[in-house]
Ligand binder design. Structure first.
Ligand SMILES: [Zn+2]
Length: 280
């Protein structure tokens, strides 16, 4: 029987496999039946479906694994297109997708003016639909990527366009001096900005930093980082690792910890209290 060729995302959805986009890959639970994988440790390339478990080293191709037909011609086309977009984003920057509209709502009680400040937009294209989208600008103000957050239960929750791009800390530190608050996700950052902590910067994932990136902050006049990751075990472990790297480049850190909550969920009174505690 002829089978319609599939793409990786549709295949994962059809099989009800939970996935998180990371760079060029999706991260899923290992497909090896002999590996009881509690924390997802398998990476699947978003376009080719080639997978690799970095814990047990189980390898393969998603399409073969599930007996599905892959469209290699289409894969090559998408790989090529993605490369072009990545190159453009690195050199001249991206433009807003055509016919995008400013987002004017107040989803999650974030004020419309805060959405406006971060240039939130909506668009009906496949990469943006159902999401609140933001341009991610680098130090020269060039758009290097877009990030969209699903407002319903859609998956994946966050989507980057183009995938696999290197993301700066955001927003880029230009006018802030002295002290920043570093959070993981864009909505953590936006929530704190919305409620008065406008020196908050997000790193797009607790491992998305390097000594160079941190040394650059130091060179830009930042002396002190208040690390505010999620209040769960994973978040706190990541905060510890980041502290070590910060110390290497001469940045003073302080850890902000709220048990079982994350910066994106903090209310105005809690943020007022935090502001008072940090900056008097
Ligand atoms: Zn495995």
């Amino acid at each position: 029987m002829w089978k319609k060729p599939m793409d990786v995302e549709t295949l994962l959805r059809d099989r009800d496999i939970y996935f998180i986009p990371k760079g060029n890959d999706f991260v899923i639970r290992c497909l090896n039946p002999h590996h009881e994988d509690k924390n997802p440790s398998m990476r699947v390339h978003q376009i080719t479906g080639i997978f690799n478990c970095f814990s047990c080293e189980y390898k393969g191709n998603l399409f073969h694994h599930f007996g599905e037909k892959a469209n290699y011609l289409q894969q090559r086309r998408i790989l090529f297109k993605t490369k072009i977009i990545q190159k453009r984003s690195e050199s001249v920057g991206l433009s807003f997708p055509q016919n995008s509209l400013p987002y004017i709502g107040n989803w999650r009680n974030i004020k419309p003016e805060t959405y406006k400040k971060f240039e939130a937009f909506q668009h009906s294209g496949i990469d943006y639909i159902g999401r609140i989208n933001f341009p991610i600008r680098d130090i020269s103000d060039k758009i290097v990527a877009f990030q969209g957050r699903h407002t319903a239960d859609g998956r994946p929750k966050y989507k980057f366009t183009p995938p696999g791009i290197k993301l700066p800390f955001f927003p880029v530190v230009k006018t802030i001096k002295g002290s920043i608050i570093l959070v993981e996700g864009i909505f953590d950052m936006i929530n704190l900005h919305d409620k008065g902590l406008t020196n908050t910067v997000c790193c797009f994932g607790t491992k998305n930093y390097s000594e160079t990136k941190l040394a650059l902050l130091r060179a830009q006049g930042i002396e002190n980082i208040n690390i505010f990751f999620d209040g769960d075990e994973a978040g706190q472990k990541a905060a510890e690792a980041l502290t070590t790297t910060c110390e290497k480049v001469g940045l003073i850190t302080q850890n902000i910890y709220f048990k079982n909550t994350d910066p994106g969920a903090l209310t105005q009174p809690s943020i007022d209290k935090l502001k008072e505690k940090l900056y008097g």
